[in-house]
Design a binder for this molecule. Structure first.
Ligand code: GAL
Length: 370
C-alpha cells in the first residue's frame, strides 16, 4: 500500500516538474507555436518589443478566440527573449458595449462598427512625459455591404507602466485626403473628410528622441511616414517633406518595420497579400522621411521568396551600435489564427555589406558572440 502510494507520489512530482520544466525553453525555435510560462500559446501577433530596464516587453494582438472576438492587446515580459510571462490584456478592444472608448472616433464608427479589432500595436517610451505610448490600427466592419477594412484609423493609448493599463487618449487619420478612394457615393465623401486610410503600422524612435509613425496609407498603395508630437500622442502639422512624406509610392506594400544602423534608416516590408506570405523587401535612406531606395530581398535560402512563410512585423535592436538586431515575423495560420507562430531570426547588419537574414532552426542571443 505504502509502496503504491510512494510510486504515485513520485509519478505526480514527475508530472508536475515535467509540465513546469517543459515550459522552460533555452532557445528560440522560429516558426513553432510558442508557449508562455503558464503553458498557454503566446498571443502577441503583429507585435513589437521594447526593452525597459533589464526587461523586454512584447506587445501584440491577442487572437486567442481567433479573429473575433478580439480581447485587445496582450503584453508579455521576459529577461531573455525566450521565456515569456503574460502580463495580461493591457489595452482593451476599442469598442466596449457597442460604443467606442477611444476619444475622437467619428460618430459613424462609434455607432456602426461591428466586430472591432486592433491590429499591429506598438509601444515606445517617452522620456519627457515618463509615459509608455501605444499606437495601433483600429479596424472593424462598418457596413455589411462593404469590404471589411473601412475604419482604418490610428488609436493611441498611454500608460505609466510598461505592463499597463493603457488608456486611450486619441484616434486619428494622420494625413488629409483620400487617394485610391474605393467608393463613389456619400461614403467616399465621408472617407475623404476623415483623411487617408491608416492600416499596417509601426513606430520608430530616433536617437534624438523624435518619433515617427509609418503605415500603409492610401488604401495600401503608398506608405506614409509622419513625425509625432513631443508627447507622441498625435502627429505634427503635416508639411510634406518636413514633417511627413509619401514613400514606396504606389508599391502596394505593408507590414513596415523600420530600424537604423550607422546613420542609415532601413525599412522592411511585405507585399499586400492578406494572410498569405510574400517576398520581403528592404529599402534604405539617409533621411528618415526618405526617399527610400530598394535593396532587394534580404532573406536567403529555402522559402526566402515568401519570407520563410511569414510576414514582417518588427526589427528589434539587440545592440544597435554593433548592428545586432532580431527580425520578427508572423507565420499566420489563416484557418487557426490563434495558433499563428512567430519567426524570429538573428539579423546582423554591417557596413558596406548587403544586409542578409538566413534561416536558423534554433538559436539564442549567444549567436551574436559566435
Ligand atoms: C494583412 C495584414 C494583417 C491583417 C491581414 C488580414 O495584409 O498585414 O495585419 O490585417 O492582412 O487579412
Amino acid at each position: 500500500m505504502n509502496r503504491n502510494k510512494s510510486i504515485l507520489t513520485a509519478f505526480g512530482i514527475f508530472l508536475i516538474c515535467g509540465t513546469v520544466w517543459g515550459q522552460h525553453q533555452s532557445t528560440i525555435i522560429p516558426g513553432k507555436s510558442w508557449k508562455d510560462e503558464d503553458g498557454s500559446l503566446l498571443q502577441a501577433h503583429g507585435g513589437g518589443v521594447i526593452k525597459h530596464g533589464d526587461t523586454w516587453y512584447f506587445y501584440g494582438e491577442n487572437k486567442r478566440y481567433g479573429y473575433f472576438p478580439s480581447p485587445g492587446v496582450s503584453c508579455y515580459s521576459s529577461r531573455d527573449l525566450i521565456n515569456w510571462k503574460h502580463e495580461g490584456v493591457v489595452c482593451p478592444n476599442w469598442i466596449q458595449d457597442g460604443k467606442s472608448i477611444v476619444p475622437n472616433t467619428p460618430e459613424k464608427f462609434q455607432s456602426e462598427t461591428k466586430r472591432p479589432v486592433i491590429e499591429r500595436p506598438k509601444v515606445i517610451y517617452n522620456e519627457q512625459t515618463g509615459k509608455f505610448v501605444m499606437w495601433m490600427h483600429l479596424e472593424g466592419r462598418v457596413d455589411e455591404s462593404r469590404p471589411f477594412y473601412q475604419v482604418s484609423m490610428a488609436g493611441i493609448a498611454v500608460s505609466d507602466s510598461p505592463t499597463g493599463p493603457f488608456e486611450y487618449v486619441n484616434s486619428l487619420r494622420p494625413i488629409p485626403g483620400a487617394l485610391h478612394q474605393q467608393f463613389s457615393d456619400d461614403e467616399a465623401l465621408q472617407q475623404f473628410n476623415l483623411g487617408s486610410t491608416f492600416r499596417d503600422m509601426n513606430l520608430f524612435k530616433d536617437e534624438d528622441g523624435k518619433a515617427y509613425v509609418i503605415y500603409a496609407a492610401e488604401q495600401n498603395y503608398t506608405m506614409h511616414i509622419v513625425a509625432l508630437t513631443d508627447d507622441y500622442c498625435s502627429v505634427q502639422n503635416p508639411v510634406m517633406g518636413k514633417t511627413w512624406n509619401r514613400i514606396l509610392v504606389e508599391e502596394h506594400r505593408e507590414a513596415p518595420a523600420l530600424f537604423k544602423y550607422s546613420g542609415i534608416y532601413y525599412l522592411l516590408s511585405s507585399p499586400c497579400k492578406g494572410w498569405s506570405p510574400g517576398k520581403a523587401e528592404l529599402h534604405s535612406s539617409e533621411h528618415i522621411l526618405g526617399p527610400y531606395r530598394s535593396r532587394g530581398n534580404p532573406l536567403h535560402g529555402k522559402d526566402s521568396h515568401i519570407t520563410f512563410g511569414a510576414q514582417s512585423t518588427f526589427v528589434l535592436p539587440i545592440d544597435q551600435e554593433k548592428g545586432h538586431f532580431m527580425f520578427m515575423a508572423d507565420k499566420w495560420e489563416r484557418n487557426n489564427i490563434a495558433e499563428s507562430g512567430y519567426v524570429w531570426l538573428p539579423f546582423e547588419v554591417k557596413e558596406n555589406v548587403a544586409p542578409s537574414i538566413h534561416w536558423i532552426d534554433e538559436w539564442d542571443l549567444s549567436w551574436f558572440d559566435r
